[in-house]
Every structure is written in C-alpha cells, then in structure tokens.
Write a protein that binds this ligand. Structure first.
Ligand SMILES: Nc1ncnc2c1ncn2[C@@H]1O[C@H](COP(=O)(O)OP(=O)(O)O)[C@@H](O)[C@H]1O
Ligand SMILES: [Mg+2]
Length: 370
C-alpha cells in the first residue's frame, strides 16, 4: 500500500498544506524545527489515530486553534481509500471513504505503518511498558480483533482491580463474582498471549538474519517473557488461574492484579545475553532496526501488502555502512518516507530516484521557488 497524498490543517506548526508522495522513496528535508517530524507524525496519526511521540492529543492541534484535520488518500491493492481524521480537544472523528468509523480497531487496521525514530531505543532501554505498547500497536494493525480483545482484557483488569480494592476498603465481598471475573480474565489473557506468541515467533523467523546482515553478529533472538511455564502440559489458562490463587493474599492487600499479559515483557537477546543489560548502544540500535525490518516481512505475510515505512532522522545516527545495509533491506516496492536535515548524508543514487519534499516553517517549498 502507499500514501498518495496528505492534506493537513491546523496540525502542529502547519496552517494547511497538501503534500503528494510517490509509491517508492520520498525524502522530507529541511532545517531543524521546521516541521519534518510533524509531517511524519501527521501520517502516523492518520493511520493510527494516535501520535507515536505524544499521548496528549491536544498538543497535535496548532496553538490557538481548536481543531485539527488530516486527510489522506491511500492506495490499497489498487483501490483508492480516503482516510479522514478530525481532532478536537475532547474527541476524534474518523472516516473512511466519507463514512464515519466508530470502532478504532476497524480503522487502524486499514493503513499499515512501520515507523523508526530516534526514541525507538526506549524499546530496549526503557521499561517493559514500552515493549508491551509496541506489541499492542503492531498486533492491532495486523488484526482488528486483537485490539478488541485487548480492550476487553483491560476492562476486566480494571474490574478485577476494583474488586480487589474492596478488600482494602473492608467492603462487602461477593466471592462468586470474583471467581467469575477470574474465568473471564484468564480466557482473554490466553487469547492475548497466543496472538503475541505467534507474532514473536514469526518475528524470530526474520530478525536473526537481518541483525546479522546489518551488524555482522550472530545469535540475535527475541523472547516473549511471561511467568507462565510454557514447557508445561498444563494449559495457559489453568496455570494463570493457579497463579492468581497463589497471589491471592498479596493481591488483596495491594488491590492490584499481579499476573497476566499486562506484566509480560519482550526480551532482546544476543547469544543468550540481554541486550538491555549488556548490549552496546550500537547493538541496541541495530536490534531495533532489525526488529522493524523484520516487521515489514511480517506485514507482507499477514496482509499480502507492503506497509508504509516512516524513517524519522534515523540516518544521522548510523555510519555509512550501516545506512547502506539498512537501505538494502528496504525494497523499491515499499513506500518509504524519510526525514533528514542533511541531504548529503544520503546516497546520491537514493536521492536521484526519490521525490524530494522541502519543508520550511510549516510550509512546502516549491522546487521552482528555490
Ligand atoms: N501544537 C503546535 N502548534 C504550533 N507549533 C507547534 C506545535 N507543536 C509543535 N510545534 C512546533 O513545531 C516545530 C517542530 O517541528 P518538528 O517537526 O519537530 O521539527 P523538525 O523539522 O526538526 O522535525 C517547533 O517549532 C514547535 O514549536
Ligand atoms: Mg524532527
């Protein structure tokens, strides 16, 4: 799939602008703080309904304005789809082909995006919540049902925590309600676990080779970390129920659920050692790149279509060889949109074939005007 064009109004530092893209390589360039990342962010928000870098929607709206609007035409299997998104301070409106879409899960599986940006390193350096968020976002794009199951799970988790808090408050407790909650809870937990496990094992079919290609190092794998014994003959659900039982007293004292997919993690291992604990910054960066590149293959396998690749400022962080190794993995038929402050950092062949988009102070500079 590819993004044909995007129209952005009152978004970040853009009054309004329309930008067209070609199906292969596109390079957004300009000095610092001109709006390159903002434009990439608009594309991301159009596809995902949320920003990759801010959880606060209000910051997306241009200062002193009350609403922002984004519209994009996406070509999916040769059909042209118009995606629209209105953002106000209190709500968002989503439309596909001029029809309102109420369910976010139906909307975000429509336009598939993989983004690389400098803060991606948090995927390795940061806490487990970053990695769960990553898995959740990616799986929501792959399967609309994943987000539905995740929302159900989070609702049950909240109900369960509320129930546990009744013990702290010394309120009347209906224990049969508690055990019904647990049954629902472990059922949803297992579904989430199964989809995540499949996702990680699919990624593992690609990541080691890609990591080797860009770094020259063998032995990179991902490991889905959960405190359920995966070798056991006992089902996931039964094991989780058993854990809940074991933790019952502590959970009732703390008023929170201590086991389940909301506590799981993704480990990045190089030769069996955690990259988070032992990897160099360079190795960590390459691990994230390998992960994202592996995802391209995954999206192609699942969706029978290429995702749209957004690369924000990633080239400045890599040396020449790594840059070229990275580019080798990005095929001509994958639409790629890159931002950079220095065109000179990029290979001249790449520039020759790319569509160049010059951004200055939230405006598109026409080539003829330069
Ligand atoms: N909601 C907003 N309204 C107006 N300007 C904004 C808003 N959010 C960010 N900006 C401005 O956008 C600029 C940064 O744009 P950005 O796309 O991050 O730059 P870069 O070209 O370096 O990637 C800054 O000048 C910042 O003040
Ligand atoms: Mg930027």
């Amino acid at each position: 799939m590819y993004l044909k064009d995007i129209y952005v109004s009152h978004f970040r530092n853009y009054d309004d602008v329309k930008v067209s893209f070609q199906p292969s390589m596109n390079i957004i360039y300009g000095n610092n703080a001109q709006g390159k990342t903002n434009l990439l962010e608009a594309i991301y928000v159009l596809g995902m309904t949320k920003s990759h870098r801010s959880s606060i929607d209000n910051t997306l709206i241009q200062k002193n304005e009350s609403t922002a609007y984004i519209q994009g035409n996406v070509v999916v299997h040769e059909n042209l789809d118009t995606l629209e998104m209105g953002i106000s301070k209190t709500k968002k409106l989503l439309k596909i082909n001029h029809n309102e879409v109420k369910k976010v899960s139906d909307y975000i599986s429509h336009m598939n995006i993989i983004i690389f940006y400098p803060e991606d390193l948090d995927l390795i350096k940061g806490g487990p919540a970053f990695r769960r968020r990553f898995i959740n976002i990616e799986l929501s794009q792959l399967y609309a049902t994943y987000l539905d199951v995740l929302n159900d799970y989070n609702k049950l988790l909240k109900m369960r925590n509320d129930y546990l808090k009744q013990y702290i408050k010394g309120e009347y407790i209906d224990e049969s309600y508690g055990s019904i909650l647990d049954q629902y809870f472990v059922t949803k937990a297992e579904l989430i676990y199964q989809m995540r496990r499949k996702f990680v094992s699919k990624l593992n079919q690609y990541v080691s080779d890609i990591f080797y290609d860009i770094s020259g190092l063998n032995g990179f794998v991902l490991n889905y970390h959960t405190n359920i014994d995966l070798e056991s003959n006992i089902s996931y659900k039964e094991q989780l129920l058993d854990k809940l039982k074991k933790h019952r007293d502590v959970e009732r004292r703390l008023g929170v659920t201590l086991v389940g997919p909301h506590k799981d993690d993704l480990e990045f291992l190089l030769d069996g050692n955690s990259l988070k604990l032992y990897g160099s910054q360079g190795q960590q960066r390459m691990a994230v790149l390998a992960l994202k590149l592996a995802e391209i293959h995954l999206f192609e396998d699942y969706k029978k279509d290429t995702p749209i690749l957004l690369l924000d400022d990633v080239f400045s962080e890599l040396d020449f060889d790594k840059r070229n190794n990275l580019l080798k993995h990005i095929h001509q038929h994958t639409q790629t949109i890159i931002t950079t402050t220095e065109l000179e950092l990029l290979d001249s062949k790449l520039i020759e074939n790319a569509s160049l988009i010059h951004i200055q102070e939230g405006k598109l500079i026409n080539k003829d005007e330069v």
